[in-house]
Design a protein around this ligand. Structure first.
Ligand code: FES
Length: 471
């Protein structure tokens, strides 16, 4: 089956953007300057971007939001960059990793065929000393991800002399999705200084993965927050919260600027001191347990929605959605509403979309070399031909930052994982730290924005009263 079935939507306005040419794995590709390399590669039918470390199974995009590592590539000599988090640039050299001679046909992919029942490399060839030495040399040569970067002296100097900029604000908001933007707007409107950090290429979070909202809703929320006085930084990753004994603010959030922002360049580290912290980090697209769920062509339903809503790309012609029917409650219902909206939008574009329950899935069938999804095989023996699989699963709360600060979390499969525990005002177990939106359990964009506005008002009341947290 031809994997090049993705296409622009009928609504896309190609004249509004700039076409750029780059090389991916030796092939000349064209992309849109507003697309990531991963989106452009998907559109061109290049779903295999790299190979897995041990079995050399084909790897490709799954989440399109920087969290699954399926899209790691080497860009202009720098290894292990996420193809979904880098915008297409003219003349860029994008190379696959862990593959010889190419990601599409990797001779070491034979390992996956030979060791179908798994390989324990710790006990490989241990029967004879000589054999074991050979095995160790081979394993050492093959280990690791990618190759060392090709660095110019200028880049090396920049890396070593990484400037640190100190910033002090009333509130730092980590995450510029629906909840973070709504909270930032409310807090900034009350006259407080707000800095919003977001790692993604484009601000807007889950608005950009949801066809009911999309770019227009994201742009509107961003413009509203900026008009209120909030400072918003895209491509700026909050590395974490670091406690500092003796610091009147208890600790700092350190962020890495991945793009130029005024006087900051791509190597700048930002050291943020704040009176209040708000974790609005959303959730991660999650996979479901079925055989071959790692094959390129298996995408999170959120990623299929993101291709539509943020890139005007239709993921495929024949799409099967796999739904976890076990989960109940409001979060699961909201996830299914999102999936239905995506399916409707795909149907409007002329796609065939079918839905199957996880419990009925036996495996994902692939083409001869395992690179292209060809069908879903059900436990009944039925086979459903398809070119793309969309996984409909509860996103997992992105609670690491809050946990690093010491905030309590609650493990609940019905909210998607380790959600930050908050009270009715968004207060966490740490004095001065708040959380809002999907990181407290999946809500969906509309409810998350509402929650963010409410929590923003609670923070304003806290700042205004000078009240201290009692949670
Ligand atoms: S990290 Fe790029 S697709 Fe998941």
């Amino acid at each position: 089956m031809n994997s090049a079935v993705a296409r622009r939507t009928t609504k896309s306005n190609e004249s509004s953007t700039r076409t750029v040419a780059f090389s991916l794995g030796g092939d000349a590709l064209q992309g849109d300057s507003t697309d990531s390399y991963a989106a452009a590669a998907w559109l061109a039918g290049q779903k295999v971007l790299s190979r897995s470390l041990k079995y050399h199974r084909p790897r490709g995009a799954f989440c399109l939001e920087g969290h699954c590592s399926g899209c790691l590539v080497r860009i202009d000599g720098v290894p292990n960059l996420r193809a979904c988090q880098a915008s297409c640039r003219d003349s860029a050299l994008v190379e696959s990793q862990n593959a010889f001679p190419s990601a599409g046909f990797d001779v070491l992919g034979a390992v996956d065929k030979v060791y179908r029942r798994g390989m324990d490399h710790h006990t490989l060839m241990t029967s004879a000393t000589v054999l074991n030495k050979v095995a160790n040399r081979v394993v050492r040569a093959l280990s690791g991800l990618g190759k060392l970067p090709t660095m110019t002296q200028a880049v090396l100097d920049n890396e070593i002399a990484q400037p640190v900029v100190a910033v002090e604000v009333d509130v730092v908001v980590i995450g510029a999705g629906p909840s973070g933007l709504a909270a930032a707007t409310t807090i900034a409107s009350a006259g407080h200084s707000v800095l919003v950090l977001d790692e993604q290429l484009e601000l807007g979070g889950s608005y950009l993965a949801d066809v009911r909202f999309g770019r227009a809703a994201a742009a509107s929320a961003v413009a509203t927050a900026q008009a209120a006085g909030a400072t918003l930084l895209a491509q700026t990753t909050a590395i974490g919260y670091f406690a500092e004994p003796g610091n009147v603010r208890q600790g700092v959030v350190i962020a890495a600027a991945g793009a130029s922002h005024g006087k900051w360049n791509e190597a700048t580290l930002v050291r943020v001191q704040a009176r209040r912290w708000l974790w609005a980090t959303g959730g991660y697209a999650a996979n479901l347990p079925f055989a071959n769920n790692d094959r390129p062509g298996v995408l999170a339903a959120r990623a299929v929605g993101r291709l539509l809503a943020a890139h005007d790309i239709v993921a495929g012609d024949n799409i099967v959605m796999i739904v976890d029917g076990e989960r109940g409650g409001v979060p699961a219902s909201e996830v299914r509403r999102h999936a239905t909206a995506v399916a409707d939008a795909l149907s409007d574009e002329g796609c065939v979309v079918r839905t199957v329950s996880l419990a009925d899935v036996a495996t994902v069938a692939t083409s001869l070399f395992g690179n292209d999804v060809t069908a879903i095989e059900l436990s009944t023996g039925e086979r459903i031909e398809c070119d793309t699989v969309a996984v409909v699963a509860l996103p997992s709360p992105a609670s690491e930052g809050a946990r690093m600060q010491g905030c309590d979390v609650t493990l609940d499969p019905d909210v998607g994982g380790y959600a930050v525990t908050v009270d009715a005002h968004g207060r966490t177990s740490v004095r001065g730290a708040y959380a809002t939106g999907d990181v407290t359990g999946y809500l969906g964009p509309a409810a998350a924005a509402e929650h963010g506005q409410h929590i923003g008002a609670a923070i304003v009341a806290d700042l205004t009263a000078g009240a201290q947290h009692v949670g």
